[in-house]
Design a binder for this molecule. Structure first.
Ligand code: FAD
Length: 479
């Protein structure tokens, strides 16, 4: 069977796409062709097969850790790899958004890490408690020490629902509160998906007899999948529109724009996507700081600037930043939690010690090599680099990080450079996605198509193909 047949089989039999849609998709989609063509190639920037020796320890067995392991293992002739990963279960986290939309269930997005970690890799099912890079070792929760020659940090990030006064994880799913993000990557739970699908339905039912006010928040910290707050906004808006019910939707974001990274996408969202619903109000520069769950009140810090005194010397008005507290009532609220580097990294010498990236892993934004410990590299969300906390970024990190780590093992200078690539499959309604790909320089579409155009093709790609590609290709280092 050809790779194309394999994929047809996978998306029809396992992903539930109809044969007609699969044929249509394969026929029209340049990405399908590219995905299949790319399926056999080992990487984007192929790490040359190398005889380099040394003990590599990877910390974290999520998207980045498993991809790093697979790439290094295939690129080294005699790999000596240890992975420290407490999680037996592996969640395909982007699938939580499709769970929230009622398209996937938990069973669709979960597999065992033993499917991906081969026997010749030492798997320590524990977590790192302390990083000690000055002595090339980590200390586990069990108290055991693991020494290394080279370290790859792939711990991802952690949520901070607790930074919102009055909120705790156990309130999610109660009092009209939801959050698609809710999961525990160590335990392998993904409750945010199922809770938010219930929330969509409660919202629709409430809207049959009233006009509920719904708030969607986005915090002032870096977040993984920066598009997810708006994905929830548009998918639920579309769900209510289809049901023919009325509601009042407020998008309250700490940011100043809907999609600052790509102006064309920002324009499309403002001028086409949001007007399609007609019931969305944006509240920019609003950061959720407190919640009164019982009384359904949310408090935001609203930051803005005003003109101060005229300064004769510099011939300009002084700009004064003001912060007001703004309280809003709601019937339902979807909360995106503040996020930060996991504590074990944030409290270690490996973290940026100051500046806006404080706490995140201090790597060079292009080589992904630690800026102070040359035998340490990073992959995935933990990296303290300007953009890209997505699985799509981690996929691009993997071959670059692997090639650079091997160069370091060989005593050469790391020379592969990450361009900042990230991707946001922004669901603007059921059946339509804007595939916003961008990097440090701006829009970076992989295909010669208008980046801002919502397309069914991307919806079909995301819903039916990306998940099998994640499990069968990315987790095995094949793309
Ligand atoms: C709702 C949602 C929607 C998303 N949508 C998209 C999307 O559409 N497209 C996209 O590309 N990405 C999306 N993402 C983001 C994507 O899932 C992450 O960017 C990706 O998983 C990052 O990989 P990672 O390895 O850095 O972190 P993770 O995959 O989170 O893995 C980190 C691992 O490290 C482990 N760990 C943590 N601390 C330690 C320790 N001290 N010792 C050992 N192990 C440790 C954790 O248990 C975990 O298994 C989404 C995420 C969510 C939650």
């Amino acid at each position: 069977m050809s790779k194309k047949d394999d994929f047809m089989d996978e998306i029809i039999n396992k992903e539930g796409m109809s044969r007609r849609d699969a044929l249509k998709f394969m026929g029209v989609s340049p990405i399908a062709a590219a995905a299949i063509a790319g399926a056999g190639s080992s990487s984007l920037t192929k790490a040359e097969a190398s005889d380099a020796q040394g003990k590599i320890v990877i910390v974290g067995g999520g998207a980045g850790g498993i991809m790093a392991m697979a790439k290094l293992r295939s690129a080294l002739t005699n790999p000596d790899i240890t992975i420290i990963a407490p999680n037996e279960t592996h969640i395909y986290q982007p699938g939580q958004v499709f769970m929230a939309a009622g398209e996937y269930t938990y069973e669709d997005i979960v597999k065992q890490n033993s499917d991906f970690i081969p026997d010749d890799v030492t798997w320590i099912k524990d977590a790192v408690q302390t990083f000690d890079p000055d002595n090339n070792k980590v200390i586990l929760r069990s108290g055991d020490e693991v020494v290394y020659d080279y370290l790859v940090v792939a711990t991802g990030l952690q949520y901070h629902y607790d930074w919102i006064d009055g909120l705790s994880e156990d309130l999610i799913g109660k009092h009209g509160i939801s959050s698609v993000y809710l999961n525990d990557v160590e335990k392998g739970t993904a409750d945010g998906g199922s809770i938010t699908w219930e929330w969509f339905n409660k919202l629709r039912d409430a809207a049959k007899s009233s006009k509920p006010k719904v708030i969607y928040t986005q915090p002032n910290t870096p977040i993984k999948c920066g598009g997810a707050p708006q994905k929830m906004l548009y998918l639920s808006a579309d769900y209510l529109k289809e049901a023919g019910v009325e509601s009042e939707l407020v998008f309250a974001t700490s940011g100043g724009k809907l999609f600052g990274a790509v102006p064309a996408v920002d324009k499309e969202l403002n001028e086409v996507v949001q007007p399609r619903y007609g019931n969305i109000t944006n509240k920019f520069a609003h950061n959720l700081v407190a919640i009164d769950a019982e009384n359904k009140k949310a408090t935001f810090e609203h930051k803005y600037t005003i003109k101060g005194e005229y300064d004769e010397d510099i011939e300009e008005y002084e700009i004064i930043t003001k912060v007001d507290r703004v309280e809003m009532d709601y019937d339902f609220i979807h909360i995106t939690p503040p996020m930060a580097a996991v504590d074990t990294v944030a409290n270690s010498p490996l973290a940026w010690q100051q500046g806006s990236a404080k706490g995140w892993l201090e790597v060079n934004k292009e080589t992904l090599q630690h800026r102070r410990y040359s035998n340490v590299f990073g992959i995935g969300d933990i990296c303290g680099i300007p953009i890209g906390k997505t699985g799509g970024s981690a996929r691009h990190h993997a071959p670059i990080m692997a090639a650079n780590l091997i160069a370091q093992m060989e005593g050469k200078k790391p020379k592969e450079l990450f361009d900042g690539y990230t991707v946001c499959p922004l669901k603007t309604q059921y059946g339509k996605i804007i595939l916003a790909e961008f990097n440090y320089k701006g829009a970076a579409p992989s295909f010669p198509l208008a980046v801002e155009e919502p397309r069914w093709m991307w919806w079909a790609f995301d819903l039916y193909m990306l998940k099998p590609m994640y499990w069968h290709l990315m987790m095995r280092g094949l793309m």
